[in-house]
Design a protein around this ligand. Structure first.
Ligand code: WTA
Length: 654
C-alpha cells in the first residue's frame, strides 16, 4: 500500500486526556487482555451497567458453525431498554436535559427535553401504540423527520416490547412499502412533513403512496411537524397529537428477555434487496452504552452531539440508546450542515456548548471545501473530542478537522463499525491511544480482529500486512440474524471464512500493529457515508422499460467518498439521449430514494462478460476509476471489443 499508513504522523493522547479519561493506556491494556482471556468474567462485570429485572446467570452462548450459527448473550436475564434509558435516571437526573432538539431553521427555538418530560412523552406514545393494537413482538415502522417524536417512538416501542424498524425519511414510497411488507408491520409512524435544509419532504403523502402496496390493515400514526397536511383516511390514519393529549402518562415497561428483538434495521448487502438486521435487547444495550461512554469519553454533564439520522444505525446507538442509557444529554439535529450556510454545525456547537461532536467524513469534506471562515467565526471552546464514522477519512480531511475545528486540542476518534455490529469495533480511545489520520487503530474490548488471505482464508499473522477483515469471536452488540432469513445471515457472514464473522471490509495492520480499514471488498458502495448495494441500483435501473441491462460500480468522488457509476444497455431501438439520462436518474430516485441517485450514466452497447455470461465487474470498476491501464486479464471475455468501446466513452475522464 502506497497510502498514508506507511508515512503516517502519529498524535499521542495529551497528558490531560490521559489523566482524565475513563480509560488510559495501562487500563486499556489490562482490560483488553482480560476481555479476551476471560470474556465471560469481563462481560458479566460490564453488563452490570444496565439494570436487569431478572439477573442473568448465563453470559454467552455462541456458535459460529455454518448450519447452526447461534449468538446469545445474557440469555436468561430480563430487562427493559426504555426503563434503562429513562426511568432509572428519574430519581437522580429527572430535571436534567436528556435531549436538546435543534430544528432545521435556526430562527425556530431549540427544545430542551428533561428526563422527566421524556418519560411522560414516551409513556404517552407507548399508550397510543397499545390503543392501536400494538403489543409485544409486533413490528412498527418509523418513517420520521429528526424530531423528538422519532426518539419517543423508538423508546415507546422498546417500552411495550414492540420491534421498531426505522426507514430513513429520504427513502422513497417504494422502499418504504418493501420494508413495511418485509417486516409485516402493524403500524407506520410518520409526520406530515420533514423540513430539511429549508425544504419540506412530504412524508405523509409518501406513506400514503407506500400503503397502497401493503396489507389493508396497516395503520398510520401521524405526528404534526409543519401542519402541511393534505389527505386523511378515516379509520386508517390516526392523529398522534390528539391521541397523545388524551393518553395516560404512565406505562409500565414490559419485561423483555435479553434475546428478544429490540429493532430491525434494513441495510444493503452485496446481493439482492436490503436485509433486516436484527438486534436484541440485552447485549445491544450493554454494548451501545459502554462504547458511547468510553469511545467519546463521556462524563456526567457533558453535551454530546452525533449528527447522524436515526434512520441509520449510528442514530440508533449513538443518538438514542447509548447516550440515554448513560444518562447523557444528547443533541438531535433536524437540519443539514450547509443550511442556512456552511457554519451551521459550528453555530450549533457554539449555541449548545457541545463537548463531543461526532459526524461523517463526507460532511467534513463538504465543509472543508467552503473555507475556514465558517468555522472561525464560531466559539468552539467547549469542544473536547471529535469523532468520525461511516467511511474511511482521507488524511487531508482529518487534518482539517483536527486543526481548524479541533484547534489541535481535540482527539479524533475514527470509529469503524457496521449496522451489523451494533457499536464501535475499532477506534482509538482518546486517553489511551495515539491517533493516525485515517486509521481505526485499535480494537474495542472483546474484539479480536483477524486479517485473512482473501482467497485461501489463511490467517495472516504479524504486522505490515493486508487482507480481509474478520472478527474471531462474538461481542454483545452483534446482530443475531437477518429478519425472516437466518440462512441468509449464515451465508452472508459465516460461510466465506469458517469460524469467523466476515465484515466485508478489507484492512491493513501496519508496522505498529494498528488497523486501517481499506474499504469494502464486496459489491457494497459507500456514498456520502450511506451504504448501498450496487445490486439494488441495478435492479431499479432494469425495472425501467427502456433498459435492457445495467451494471453499477462505485468510483472515487471528492466529496461523497464514492459516487454511483452506472453502465446501461438500452433495449433495441431506444435512443441514448440526455433526456433519457435524466429520466433514469429520476427513476432511481423514485425507486429507492435521492441517496441512490446515479452520478454518472454511461451508455454501454455491451457489458464485458465471461463466456458463461458473468459480468466482469473488476473491469467496470477500473474503467469507472479511469484506471484502465491495468485492466488485468481480459482473455476470458466473450467479446473483448466491448471493453474498447467502454473505455472510449468513459464518463470519468480525470
Ligand atoms: C464503512 C456505519 C472506514 C465500512 C456505522 C463498513 C468505515 C461500512 C468506518 C458500514 C470508518 C464505517 N473507517 N470505513 N471509521 N466506519 N465504515 O452499516 O466499509 O452504514 O463496513 O454502518 O461503512 O456501514 P454501515
Amino acid at each position: 500500500m502506497s497510502d498514508a499508513s506507511t508515512t503516517a504522523k502519529t498524535y499521542p493522547p495529551s497528558a490531560d486526556m490521559a489523566a482524565k479519561a475513563h480509560v488510559n493506556a495501562a487500563k486499556y491494556a489490562e482490560m483488553y487482555a482480560r476481555s479476551l482471556s476471560d470474556p465471560e468474567g469481563f462481560w458479566r462485570e460490564h453488563a452490570g451497567r444496565v439494570d436487569w429485572m431478572t439477573p442473568f446467570t448465563k453470559v454467552k452462548d455462541v456458535d459460529y458453525t455454518l448450519g447452526q450459527v447461534s449468538i446469545k448473550w445474557f440469555e436468561d436475564g430480563t430487562l427493559n431498554v426504555s426503563a434503562n434509558c429513562i426511568d432509572r435516571h428519574l430519581e437522580t437526573r429527572g430535571d436534567q436535559t436528556a435531549i436538546i432538539w435543534e430544528p432545521d431553521s435556526p430562527s425556530d427555538p431549540a427544545l430542551h427535553i428533561t428526563y422527566r418530560e421524556l418519560h411522560t412523552s414516551v409513556c404517552k406514545m407507548a399508550n397510543v401504540l397499545k390503543d392501536l393494537g400494538v403489543s409485544k413482538g409486533d413490528r412498527v415502522i418509523i418513517y420520521m423527520p429528526m424530531i423528538p417524536e422519532a426518539a419517543y417512538a423508538m423508546l415507546a416501542c422498546a417500552r411495550i416490547g414492540a420491534i421498531h424498524s426505522i426507514v430513513f425519511a429520504g427513502f422513497s414510497p417504494d422502499a418504504l412499502a418493501a420494508r413495511v411488507n418485509g417486516s409485516n408491520a402493524k403500524v407506520v409512524i410518520t409526520a406530515d412533513e420533514a423540513p430539511r435544509g429549508g425544504r419540506n419532504t412530504p412524508l405523509k403523502s409518501n406513506a400514503d403512496q407506500a400503503l397502497l402496496h401493503t396489507a389493508d390493515d396497516v395503520k398510520l400514526l401521524v405526528v404534526k411537524r409543519t401542519g402541511g397536511q393534505t389527505t386523511w383516511i378515516d379509520g386508517r390514519d390516526f392523529d398522534y397529537n390528539a391521541l397523545a393529549a388524551e393518553a395516560s402518562a404512565d406505562c409500565v415497561p414490559e419485561e423483555m428477555g435479553a434475546e428478544d428483538p429490540l429493532f430491525v434495521l434494513y441495510t444493503s448487502g452485496s446481493t439482492g434487496q436490503p436485509k433486516g438486521v436484527v438486534h436484541t435487547t440485552g447485549g445491544y444495550l450493554v454494548y451501545a452504552a459502554m462504547t458511547h461512554e468510553i469511545t467519546f469519553d463521556y462524563h456526567d454533564g457533558d453535551i454530546y452531539w452525533c449528527t447522524a439520522d436515526v434512520g441509520w444505525v449510528t442514530g440508533h446507538s449513538y443518538i438514542v440508546y447509548g447516550p440515554l442509557a448513560n444518562g447523557a444529554t444528547t443533541l438531535m439535529f433536524e437540519g443539514v450542515p450547509t443550511y442556512p450556510d456552511a457554519s451551521r454545525f459550528w453555530q450549533v456547537c457554539e449555541k449548545h456548548k457541545v463537548n463531543q461532536f461526532y459526524t461523517a467524513p463526507t460532511a467534513i469534506r463538504a465543509l472543508m471545501g467552503q473555507g475556514n471562515e465558517f468555522v472561525e467565526g464560531c466559539d468552539l471552546s467547549a469542544l473536547r473530542l471529535l469523532g468520525t464514522v461511516g467511511e474511511p477519512i482521507n488524511p487531508e480531511a482529518w487534518t482539517w478537522y483536527n486543526e481548524v475545528v479541533g484547534k489541535g486540542t481535540c482527539p479524533i476518534v475514527d470509529t469503524w463499525w457496521q449496522t451489523e455490529t451494533g457499536g464501535h469495533l475499532m477506534t482509538p480511545l482518546p486517553g489511551a491511544h495515539s491517533m493516525k489520520p485515517g486509521a481505526a487503530m485499535k480494537p474495542f474490548f472483546g474484539i479480536k480482529p483477524v486479517v485473512l488471505e482473501p482467497a485461501s482464508g489463511a490467517v495472516i499473522e504479524g504486522n505490515d500486512v493486508e487482507g480481509v477483515l474478520c472478527i474471531a469471536d462474538s461481542w454483545p452488540g452483534q446482530m443475531r440474524t437477518v429478519w425472516g432469513d437466518h440462512d441468509r445471515f449464515e451465508k452472508t457472514y459465516f460461510s466465506d471464512y469458517a469460524g469467523y464473522y466476515f465484515t466485508g471490509d478489507g484492512c491493513k495492520r501496519d508496522a505498529d500493529g494498528d488497523y486501517w480499514i481499506t474499504g469494502r471488498v464486496d459489491d457494497v458502495i459507500n456514498v456520502s457515508g450511506h451504504r448501498m448495494g450496487t445490486a439494488e441500483v441495478e435492479s431499479a435501473l432494469v425495472a425501467h422499460a427502456k433498459v435492457a441491462e445495467a451494471a453499477v460500480v462505485g468510483y472515487p468522488h471528492d466529496i461523497k467518498g464514492q459516487g454511483i457509476y452506472c453502465y446501461v444497455t438500452l433495449m433495441n431501438g431506444e435512443e441514448p439521449t440526455e433526456e433519457l439520462r435524466k429520466e433514469l436518474r429520476t427513476w432511481v430516485r423514485t425507486e429507492i430514494g435521492p441517496i441512490a441517485s446515479p452520478d454518472l450514466i454511461q451508455w454501454a452497447p455491451g457489458l464485458p462478460k465471461t463466456r458463461s455470461g458473468k459480468i466482469m465487474r473488476r473491469i467496470l470498476r477500473k474503467i469507472a476509476e479511469d484506471d484502465f491501464g491495468a485492466l488485468g486479464d481480459t482473455s476470458t471475455l466473450a467479446d473483448p471489443s466491448v471493453v474498447d468501446d467502454l473505455i472510449e466513452n468513459r464518463m470519468n475522464k480525470s
